[in-house]
Design a protein around this ligand. Structure first.
Ligand SMILES: NC(=O)c1ccc[n+]([C@@H]2O[C@H](COP(=O)([O-])OP(=O)(O)OC[C@H]3O[C@@H](n4cnc5c(N)ncnc54)[C@H](OP(=O)(O)O)[C@@H]3O)[C@@H](O)[C@H]2O)c1
Length: 280
């Protein structure tokens, strides 16, 4: 059985990936401030602490590292993303592990979509700059895959964006849905299967892994608010964004479709499948 280290087991993505990975691998996951209840061994780790990372890696001896820790939230976001990438690259080299790194469509300015794997990052904000720097660091490790993905959502647990909207609407706070930001959101179930497929694949380099339906953030948000039956919506408005986040980040999925067996359904397909499951 392969040994997989998953950083950020407590992340939204990690809470879906760890149980699936643990069914057929020896898994160790890490969390930082929020200890999750997951069916695999886990330990607290600050990914910026090189000594702690070194101790964990040399003890666990992973064959594969899937690096999820770090997101677009928190005041220390940029340092966690950059130093985390350095730590895991160093660790992967130390034990000869394959590295799967999570990146984002937000490394692009959003003015030249669709973006293929050959597209050079053109970040417009701090998160995009940090994730673009992390990609450059990960590229120093030959046996690695940089997975560029889009908005992650699931139908069993509310994603961060929908939760934020639901809480704000419940409190009567204004929520604006941007109708000029274009994305291809990815179903978390597809993404975790793709990550495990890539863990055992020969592919190296950048790979776009997202859903095949391209839509505005407003359309996407409304579909999920309907799915989760979020009410009231009196304080909801739909408008163009101010440009602090890139506008059109559509990822070109031609290479992913050729490389992966994992299907990458769009939002409507996922919602339709779920309706069938629940009405069966
Ligand atoms: N969510 C999306 O729509 C989306 C889109 C594109 C790409 N991505 C990428 O996918 C990955 C997972 O995203 P997510 O939204 O699922 O993440 P998330 O739920 O926001 O969780 C962030 C994770 O980073 C961990 N973390 C924060 N500071 C840390 C530190 N100093 N040391 C170690 N771990 C630390 C957190 O641990 P604690 O909670 O235990 O503190 C948590 O596990 C990220 O790399 C993100 O950039 C996400």
């Amino acid at each position: 059985m392969s040994r997989i280290l998953i950083t950020g087991g407590s992340s939204y993505l990690g809470q879906h990936l760890v149980p699936l990975a643990a069914a057929s691998h020896i898994v160790h996951h890490t969390y930082h401030q929020n200890q999750p209840n997951l069916p695999a061994a886990g330990s607290q780790l600050d990914i910026r602490d090189e000594t702690a990372v070194s101790t964990l890696i040399t003890t666990f001896q992973p064959d594969i590292i899937i690096h999820l820790a770090g997101s677009n939230r928190g005041s220390d976001m940029a340092s966690v993303i950059r130093l985390g990438a350095s730590s895991v690259v160093w660790a992967a080299r130390e034990v000869g592990a394959r590295l799967i790194h999570l990146s984002t469509d937000s490394i692009f300015a959003g003015d030249a979509a669709p973006y293929a794997e050959t597209a050079v990052p053109t970040p417009v904000n701090a998160y995009g700059r940090a994730k673009a720097d992390a990609e450059a660091i990960v590229q120093q490790h030959a046996n690695s895959v940089i997975v560029r993905t889009s908005l992650i959502y699931g139908l069993a647990q509310m994603d961060h964006g929908t939760r934020w909207m639901a809480e704000a609407l419940a409190q009567g706070q204004p929520v604006t849905l941007f109708n000029n930001q274009i994305r291809n959101p990815v179903w978390v179930n597809s993404l975790v299967h793709a990550l495990l497929e890539l863990a055992h694949h020969r592919y190296t380099g950048i790979l776009n892994v997202a859903g095949r339906q391209v839509l505005s953030r407003a359309d996407f948000a409304l579909k999920l608010l309907d799915y989760w039956q979020v009410q009231p919506r009196d304080t909801l408005t739909i408008a163009p964004s101010d440009g602090s986040w890139p506008l059109n980040c559509e990822l070109d999925l031609q290479r992913a479709t050729a490389v992966l067996q994992t299907p990458l359904p769009g939002v409507d397909e996922v919602l339709a499948m779920n309706v069938r499951i629940h009405s069966a």
